[in-house]
Design a protein around this ligand. Structure first.
Ligand code: SF4
Ligand code: SF4
Ligand code: SF4
Length: 256
C-alpha cells in the first residue's frame, strides 16, 4: 500500500517550527516509516506536483503571492495542518497591523520599498485560516514537536486531533511550580491553552500566550488563580497582543 504523501511548506516566518521537525530525530524516523515526505523546503529540493495527503504549513501570509500559493496547496491537499503561532494566529508578524502596509514600508525601508520585488504585493499579515480552511492546528512558538507527531498520527488514522481545552496553569501546577504572580510577574497561563508542559513558567518566565486562548476562556480559564490575585479574564486578555494581535484586530473591527 502506498504511504501517505506529506508535504511541508514555510510561509513568512523564522522557520523555527520546521526546525522542530528536523529536531524530531528518532520520532521522525518512526514517522518517515509510515509517510512519504514528498516536498519540504527545509529538507527536499524536488517538487512533487501536488496531491498531498497532508500539507503541514508554518508561517503567516504576508503577500498576495503567498495567499495564492496557499489556495493552491488547499486545492491539492486532503488535510492541511497549520503549525506554529505564525500560521495559527498570525503570530508576531501581525504586531504592526495597526499601521497600513504603506506606512510600514516607508518606516522600515525609508523610501526604498519600491525597489524590492518581494514587497510589491505585500498585504497585512494574517493567519492561514483567514484565507483557507485549516483542518488542524499545532500551536506554539515554536511548536511542541511531540504534539506534531501526535497530530500527524491521529489524522492519518482518520481521527480528529484535539488540543487540550484547559489552561497552562494546570500543567504548571502538575510541575509543582510556584506561581509567578507571587513575584508580581503577570503571566498569561490562566487563559492560555495548555500543551507546552508549562515551558516558560517552569524556567521562571511568564507565559506570553503563544498557544492562543483556551477554548471559551469564560468556562475554561484558571479563574481561581485570577481571583486570588484580584484579576479578571478581561484584565489579562488585554496583554495578549504579542502572539494574538490579529485576533485583537478582528475583534476591534467587530466592535467598531
Ligand atoms: S511560530 Fe515562532 S518559531 Fe514558529 S515559525 Fe513562527 S516565529 Fe518561528
Ligand atoms: S499564572 Fe503562570 S506561573 Fe502562575 S500557575 Fe498559572 S502558568 Fe503557572
Ligand atoms: S508557557 Fe505560554 S508562552 Fe511559553 S510555550 Fe507555553 S503557551 Fe507559549
Amino acid at each position: 500500500m502506498a504511504k501517505p504523501k506529506v508535504a511541508i511548506f514555510s510561509m513568512a516566518c523564522c522557520a523555527g517550527c520546521a526546525l522542530q521537525i528536523v529536531n524530531l530525530e528518532e520520532k521522525i524516523l518512526d514517522l518517515v516509516g509510515a509517510i512519504d515526505v514528498v516536498e519540504w523546503q527545509e529538507g527536499l529540493s524536488e517538487k512533487s506536483g501536488g496531491n498531498y495527503d497532508i500539507a503541514i504549513i508554518e508561517g503567516s501570509i504576508v503577500t498576495e503571492k503567498e495567499a495564492e500559493e496557499l489556495r493552491k496547496i488547499r486545492q491539492t491537499a486532503k488535510i492541511v495542518i497549520a503549525i506554529g503561532a505564525c500560521a495559527h494566529t498570525g503570530g508576531i508578524n501581525c504586531l504592526g497591523n495597526h499601521m497600513s502596509v504603506e506606512e510600514k514600508k516607508s518606516i522600515v525601508y525609508d523610501g526604498d520599498a519600491g525597489k524590492i520585488d518581494g514587497l510589491k504585493d505585500a498585504i497585512q499579515p494574517r493567519p492561514l485560516n483567514a484565507i483557507i480552511k485549516v483542518d488542524a492546528v499545532v500551536p506554539g512558538c515554536p511548536i511542541n514537536k511531540n504534539e506534531l507527531v501526535e497530530a500527524v498520527k491521529c489524522l492519518l488514522l482518520g481521527k480528529k486531533f484535539r488540543l487540550p481545552d484547559y489552561p497552562v496553569c494546570f500543567e504548571c501546577a502538575l510541575k509543582e511550580n510556584g506561581c509567578l504572580f507571587d513575584l508580581d510577574i503577570i503571566c498569561l497561563g490562566p487563559i492560555t491553552r495548555a500543551g507546552c508542559e508549562a515551558a516558560c513558567p517552569s524556567i521562571n518566565k511568564e507565559c506570553n500566550g503563544c498557544r492562543g486562548w483556551v477554548d471559551d476562556p469564560n468556562q475554561n480559564a484558571a479563574k481561581d488563580i485570577l481571583e486570588k490575585y484580584g484579576l479578571s479574564i478581561e484584565d489579562i486578555k488585554k496583554r495578549f497582543e504579542i502572539f494574538n494581535a490579529y485576533k485583537t484586530e478582528i475583534m476591534e473591527k467587530k466592535n467598531a
